[in-house]
Design a protein around this ligand. Structure first.
Ligand code: FEO
Length: 168
């Protein structure tokens, strides 16, 4: 029998991944209208990645004999941002929140002595380290560019490849 507490935590997490996918999707759509081709591509791709994170959780829960629930009450995403820096700052804060949630899930898996889940979650721990580092690197670049329009143009071009070089 799959531990009830673990199952609840994993279901909550898969719905957070779904929400993350929506957040990236919303941001990609906003950015697309501003003409940043590379950044928009990066955000659309990342939205797909978040969906993969959700799928991994669904398949694990099913494999363990649990039952999956999808939250149909995702609140309307209407994130306002005043600049690219502000947008990525909000994404950084979001990823930090997800990291905390993954960490508490890891803690619960140890408390409940569910070493299968503990092992499964290590992929998410690694992923969060990479995601936080990636967004931080983007923020550093934005800081470096400042108001330089030529720099921003090149940065947007680079963003097309950032995602492709990230191993899944
Ligand atoms: Fe699935 Fe961006 O964490």
């Amino acid at each position: 029998m799959f531990n009830e507490k673990i199952q609840k935590g994993l279901i909550r997490q898969l719905n957070r991944e779904l929400e993350s996918s929506h957040i990236y999707l919303y941001m990609a759509s906003c950015i697309e209208k501003k003409g940043y081709e590379g950044i928009c591509e990066f955000l659309y791709d990342h939205s797909n990645e978040e969906r993969i994170h959700m799928l991994k959780l669904i398949r694990y829960i099913n494999k363990r004999g649990g039952n999956v629930f999808l939250d149909n009450n995702i609140s309307i995403i209407n994130i306002t941002y005043i600049s690219l820096k502000d947008l990525f700052l909000k994404l950084f804060e979001h990823e930090q929140k997800i990291s905390k949630e993954i960490n508490s899930l890891v803690e619960v898996s140890l408390q409940e002595k569910d070493y299968f889940t503990y092992n499964f979650l290590q992929w998410y721990v690694e992923e969060q380290i990479e995601e936080e580092a990636l967004i931080k690197m983007i923020l550093d670049k934005i800081e470096l560019i400042g108001g330089d329009k030529g720099g921003l143009y090149l940065f947007d071009k680079d963003m097309k490849n950032i995602h492709k070089n990230k191993k899944l």
